[in-house]
Design a binder for this molecule. Structure first.
Ligand code: TRP
Length: 327
């Protein structure tokens, strides 16, 4: 059984963009593979952040992941900083990480441009990411297109380590690209993201969902009810593909192309299906929020399981890198 690792930043409660883009797929993967999913708080602190808010954003993300259907009986969901071995392997790997490649990462360049002071942590972000995955010798990494370059660097680090310290010790992890198209925000312009305020949260009420969907952007070619549209360029259609059954998706596409339905008709069908999908998630979230100690128990148990896997790798890595054995 292939081992899978993926990470998500502690951005608080999930929105439907995160859900369709990543987490829905993780929920599927947990039944077929040996999976670890980490809330990567140590990555989050590589950019300006509020230390007073980080812990509750981390807990909210845990609630979201469990509510969305990740089950500690089927996979490991843990907080990165709870397993100190991530930082240890990170250090050991920095000694092999190619500086030029790190400086050439597009994510690094983008983030660095927006900051007055560029830190080692920001530069080493992909090294920590490599440590996350290699620590568990995971071979598959479900991610979006934007992480492909980090994965290439991760494989380079694994190859260098293997060449120097032990052939075939680390597998070279491959990305498992998520199929869903990029979900745009309700404005239909930028990617759905909390900081832009163009999201629908995973726990929103049926009323709130409809209030947000009603005015959401559609294909601009449909100026009046009679103008036909192109479903492939409409964000509402993308959402249908995430929340509606295949035959509905087909019907929606046809009614859009022929102007059989107006955009509002199309959105009503979407709202119904979205509300149906999200209802059990919202219920689970409410129960989890009433029991934060229970959420922490799950995280602790998962961190213990992750740590025992991590410790095995670290012991071997220390030995192969020639560090004196502790007595
Ligand atoms: N960099 C990833 C992102 O922003 C998050 C992440 C951290 C990750 N560690 C990881 C993803 C390990 C996959 C594997 O989405």
């Amino acid at each position: 059984m292939a081992r899978i690792f993926s990470g998500i930043q502690p951005s608080g409660e999930l929105h439907i963009g995160n859900y369709l883009g990543a987490v829905q797929n993780w929920v599927r993967l947990q039944t077929e593979h040996d999976c670890l999913f980490s809330i990567v708080d140590l990555h989050a602190i590589t950019q300006p952040y509020d230390p007073g808010a980080l812990a509750s954003l981390t807990l909210d993300m845990a609630v979201s992941l469990f509510a969305a259907g990740l089950d500690p009986g089927k996979c490991i969901v843990f907080v990165q900083s709870h397993v100190a071995e991530h930082t240890e392997l990170n250090w050991l790997l920095t000694t092999l990480a190619p500086l030029g490649e790190l400086e050439r990462q597009t994510q690094f360049k983008d983030k660095a441009q927006r900051q007055e002071s560029v830190t080692m942590g920001l530069l080493a972000y992909p090294v920590l990411q490599a440590a996350d995955v290699l620590l568990y010798k995971a071979s598959l990494v479900p991610v979006g297109e934007d992480q492909v370059q980090h994965l290439e660097l991760m494989r380079e680090i694994a190859r260098r380590w293997n060449a120097r310290y032990g052939h075939d010790f680390f597998p070279e992890p491959q990305p498992l690209l998520t199929r869903t198209k990029r979900v745009l925000g309700l404005d239909g312009k930028a990617k759905m993201s909390k900081s832009l305020g163009n999201t629908i949260g995973l726990f929103e009420s049926p009323e709130a969902i409809w209030e947000k969907l009603r005015p959401a952007a559609t294909d601009p070619a449909r100026k009046t009810r009679k103008d036909p549209g192109t479903p492939e360029i409409c964000n509402i259609f993308t959402l249908h593909q995430g929340f509606s059954a295949p035959d509905t998706v087909e019907e929606v596409a046809q009614k859009c192309r022929t102007a059989g339905w107006g955009c509002l008709d199309c959105k009503r069908v979407l709202a119904d299906n979205m509300i149906k999908t999200l209802a059990p998630i919202r219920e689970r979230a409410a129960a989890l929020k009433r029991d934060p100690a229970g959420v922490l128990d799950r995280l602790r148990d998962c961190a213990n399981r992750a740590r025992s896997l991590a410790q095995r790798t670290i012991a071997d890595v220390r030995g192969k890198m020639g560090l004196l054995k502790d007595v």
